[in-house]
Design a protein. Structure first.
Length: 219
């Protein structure tokens, strides 16, 4: 009886894993097709073909095209946020070289911001924000908010250690991100031009120089 129960449990886990894998494949395919075609021109049949599943399978998971779009955008935003949070985690208050540390974090944040998926995510948001206004908070509000919160926490610690002069860590975090990302829409031509690493590092260096003029410790 135990063997039968174990076999049944294993089959259940396998079926569940298979459903999750299909869902992930569908969401990945949906984001790819929406990025390529736009919301209006994309069709569920094309998304199913991209995912390697039957069209009814897509509807079984997502019900309709609008639901599919919302979930695809949310998933892409979560992945982009995870990359940005990992970049900010590199900001270690105990590191001796503050400028080098900030430049490193800035460079990795810029890599996340300007990679192909993040650029496609922003273009889709800009194109469809009047149709899906709630997605603004999902893509730029929630994710950016979490990144800003973590960055503000790191800046507050550095300020307590006397390494930054920050009275409002959230404002300082917002300004740091703005200094980094402000030039990128033009440099990337709204995400359609790849930016070489040396250019990303130059932007990060310039941003950190300005940031430290405003918030760095007094000599």
């Amino acid at each position: 009886m135990r063997d039968v129960a174990q076999a049944a449990s294993s089959q259940t886990r396998s079926a569940s894993r298979g459903r999750i894998d299909k869902r992930e494949a569908i969401l990945e395919a949906a984001f790819t097709v929406f990025s390529r075609q736009g919301y209006a021109q994309a069709c569920v049949q094309e998304i199913a073909a991209e995912a390697g599943v039957a069209k009814p399978t897509v509807y079984n998971h997502m019900h309709d095209k609008e639901t599919l779009f919302r979930h695809a955008m949310r998933t892409a935003a979560e992945r982009a946020t995870a990359g940005s949070l990992a970049a900010v985690e590199r900001l270690l208050p105990g590191d001796d070289d503050l400028r080098a540390m900030l430049e490193d974090v800035g460079y990795h944040l810029l890599r996340c911001h300007s990679d192909e998926r993040s650029s496609a995510l922003r273009r889709l948001l800009y194109a469809e924000v009047t149709r899906f206004p709630d997605l603004f908070d999902v893509v730029l509000g929630g994710g950016a908010g979490r990144t800003t919160e973590l960055l503000a926490d790191r800046f507050a610690r550095l300020s307590l250690a006397g390494r930054l002069r920050v009275t409002d860590p959230v404002e300082a975090a917002d300004q740091f991100v703005a200094l980094l990302t402000g030039p990128m829409e033009t440099r990337t031509r709204l995400g359609t031009r790849p930016v070489p690493d040396e250019e990303l590092r130059a932007v990060a260096t310039s941003a950190v120089t300005t940031f430290l003029h405003a918030f760095g410790p007094k000599d």
